[in-house]
Write a protein that binds this ligand. Structure first.
Ligand SMILES: O=c1ccn([C@H]2C[C@H](O)[C@@H](COP(=O)(O)OP(=O)(O)OP(=O)(O)O)O2)c(=O)[nH]1
Length: 168
């Protein structure tokens, strides 16, 4: 993902977040803790769809499209948290992005969860960058390209707007 694409994602995320805040009368509320918990939950839902940790079962993973949908729910919260903390300088994030190669999908999930925890304990740019790197590396490990992620993000973003229209 290049700087221009990431900047566009942050812009779209801000529009959605502002709409949600207005709709739910939350303009002056600090929602960081809730967003971090929401991110944990999304990561859990994503792990569930991949079934990567279900060593006791022969049931296959969900379809790629379902896994991608879950993944971009997490992208929404990743961006939203970056905006709240004002760590949304796309050029900085891209320059400092380093792909983390982990052994298994389970290792990737643990690394993301640990990064969310670290950001909660220390809300600084370095910890946000680490979380960004880990979540993008997880996406690569799941087999998603930047274009897959961007297209699926915009699709879910529209659904999120529709849900706000219908007083979801
Ligand atoms: O401030 C926010 C809050 C939420 N979202 C987005 C992220 C995600 O794409 C969606 C919430 O996830 P989901 O669609 O799973 O919502 P849910 O209420 O948990 O869905 P369901 O009732 O279907 O389980 O809303 C944002 O972008 N910004």
């Amino acid at each position: 993902m290049d700087t221009e694409q990431l900047t566009k994602l942050f812009q779209e995320q801000r529009i959605l977040d502002d709409r949600i805040l207005e709709n739910h009368d939350l303009e002056s509320k600090d929602l960081l803790k809730d967003k971090l918990l929401a991110f944990y939950v999304e990561v859990g839902e994503l792990a569930n769809e991949t079934r990567c940790f279900k060593f006791w079962s022969f049931k296959p993973a969900s379809k790629r499209e379902i896994i991608l949908e879950e993944y971009v729910d997490g992208v929404h919260f990743l961006l939203s948290i970056g905006l709240d903390l004002e760590f949304n300088d796309a050029s900085q994030l891209i320059i400092k992005y380093t792909k983390k190669s982990r052994g298994s999908l389970t290792d990737h999930f643990h690394a993301v969860i640990e990064s969310i925890n670290r950001l909660r304990e220390g809300t600084n740019q370095k910890n946000y960058q680490e979380l960004y790197n880990e979540y993008l590396s997880l996406g690569i490990a799941l087999g998603f390209s930047s274009n897959d992620i961007i297209d699926a993000y915009f699709k879910k973003n529209q659904i999120n707007h529709k849900r706000q229209e219908s007083s979801y």
